[in-house]
Design a protein around this ligand. Sequence first.
Ligand SMILES: *[C@@H]1O[C@H](CO)[C@@H](O)[C@H](O)[C@H]1NC(C)=O
Ligand SMILES: *[C@@H]1O[C@H](CO)[C@@H](O)[C@H](O)[C@H]1NC(C)=O
Ligand SMILES: *[C@@H]1O[C@H](CO)[C@@H](O)[C@H](O)[C@H]1NC(C)=O
Ligand SMILES: *[C@@H]1O[C@H](CO)[C@@H](O)[C@H](O)[C@H]1NC(C)=O
Ligand SMILES: CC(=O)N[C@H]1CO[C@H](CO)[C@@H](O)[C@@H]1O
Length: 568
Amino acid sequence: MFEQLKFHQALSFALLIAGLAWLLAREVDCDLPPIRDLSIDSLQEFLSNGSFTSEDIVQTYLARIAEVNPTIRSVIEINPNAIQEARDLDRERQRKGRRSELHGIPILVKDSINTDGMNNSVGSFCLLGSRAKDEASVITRLRAAGAIILGKSNMSQWGNSRSSAKTTSNGWSSVGGQTYGVYCHHQDPCGSSSGSAVSMALGLAAGTVGVETVGSITCPAMRSNLVSIKTTAGLVARDNVIVTKLRGSVGPITKTVKDAAIMLKFMAGQSPDDPLSSRIPFETIPDYAKSCKLNGLAHSRLGVPRNNAENPFAATMNLTVVMESFNRVLDIIKETGATIIDNANYSAYEQVNADDAPQQLLGPSEYKFDMENYFRSLEVNPKNILTMKDLIACTKSLPEKEYPSRDTAYWEFASNAADFESPEMVEAVERMRYLGGPGGIDGALDAAGADALIFPSVCSSDVPGLVGYPVICVPLGFMPEGTAEKRNPRGNLVEEAAGIPFGISFIGRPYSEQKLIELAYSFEKLTQIGLQRKPVVLPSADPCSLVRRRRVLFQMLSGISPWKLFEF
Ligand SMILES: *[C@@H]1O[C@H](CO)[C@@H](O)[C@H](O)[C@H]1NC(C)=O
Ligand SMILES: *[C@@H]1O[C@H](CO)[C@@H](O)[C@H](O)[C@H]1NC(C)=O
Ligand SMILES: *[C@@H]1O[C@H](CO)[C@@H](O)[C@H](O)[C@H]1NC(C)=O
Ligand SMILES: *[C@@H]1O[C@H](CO)[C@@H](O)[C@H](O)[C@H]1NC(C)=O
Ligand SMILES: CC(=O)N[C@H]1CO[C@H](CO)[C@@H](O)[C@@H]1O
């Protein structure tokens, strides 16, 4: 009897509380904008005025990842310490103020960048559980600025280097599964920084980091309606990053040019473990966000290397449509007072696509050299992968690697490549420098007296990719209604369909990122093309859900609430 009564009392009390909370939740409005729409600057404003905490936004991003990742698979691993790091940074902000524009800002990084406390697998079970001696210095710099590394993003495994074009698919890795783009169903996300770009499009972090040699940042950024900076090779040190050291680079993928510029300021810098980074010409790294000026295009001179359209890769999109959008924005750019120098062509471009092009010879040799160096540098290497041959054997032995449905064609080729330091390869490097430099970007810029070159991103990664020159991608347009659906060669992804975004590239000389940011920022503000469309899937978790819950609790505890019950 007594027990019964207690139970009824408890039940009534619980119902009363629940009713109260429900009534109050309706009263407490939350005027915070959707987190996906917030720039890094505005996140900082909300963090500073206490509208939410870094812990709140980490929780929000984790909830968003949990909603979409089972189907989209853009995230491969979560930092188990992310919430604790956010709490520590929140406390520090209260006590001492913020460290930088990135204080308490959650960022996802590609799974080819070593990050303490997480795996660096490039999406492969052959490297899962391995550990480098140090984390990448770019990650250490981001953390020192107060950024929270939320997790690792999925990628085309091994930077899309393993298989032949027919058996591979952009964004697939054996550890992370198939990443899908989100501007149509089953969209090809492009690669290999697929997960970084798609995560950014979905609002799963405030900024993301990718890695590129030829197109691996620019292409996925473009196909997710985003901005990216493929930096000058070595401006962001590449130590403990799995990438080619001759011409590979690390850079941000973000919603806006300003966000990318803010991230770059803290990512750029030297490391003794990346010799190329010692060539950075600045005493102190520029504050790239200061280049975000509205009149950047006026008085600028922009060259258009029209013959870059002869790039075979351009066939992945309907170039007629892309060029129409491009020609339209040329007129808009001219109206700002900018000078367009048309046909600022690459003088040696036909050699870039020739059968005996130097990068075809050098690529496999360079790949083998960089990979085997990386394997040897690992402190923990559970599958004991030391050579390309070990890697091929490991891949063939694990069913998750889907061999032979996905082959190892490129690796077989690379494992037999000539020595990277042989005279033949030294000569190939010289030819590449010519094709990218005097016969390419430098030559075109000199002849036109231009500040930068502009061209649709779908064509324009090849020449900068020869020499590690910088490229900024900004949204340019979307495939129109009625576009016929086209699949990738493997047949599992939609490569072309209505709504799929494409971009424009701003290309310059080494270390010209400040100028490129100025131009790209003005272009973005002038055209605002990125705002025209949203992904076809979006997660729903937002800081409001957390903030509402907290305000309800606060009001109840502070005793205002009982009166509200009788007021309506
Ligand atoms: C906090 O800052 C944001 C962004 O500037 C602003 O919209 C919001 O009203 C501010 N909230 C408070 C409580 O001051
Ligand atoms: C790293 O991979 C191992 C499997 O090798 C797994 O047990 C571990 O949880 C992973 N680390 C994180 C942070 O997910
Ligand atoms: C530049 O390339 C375009 C496209 O290939 C071609 O039509 C044009 O004649 C070229 N112009 C010059 C000056 O070489
Ligand atoms: C490309 O788009 C144009 C204009 O919409 C269209 O006329 C043409 O048929 C398309 N080409 C292909 C190969 O789909
Ligand atoms: C963090 C996360 O969601 N990881 C998932 C990545 O994808 C693989 C394969 O689908 C899952 O097993 C992981 O849980």
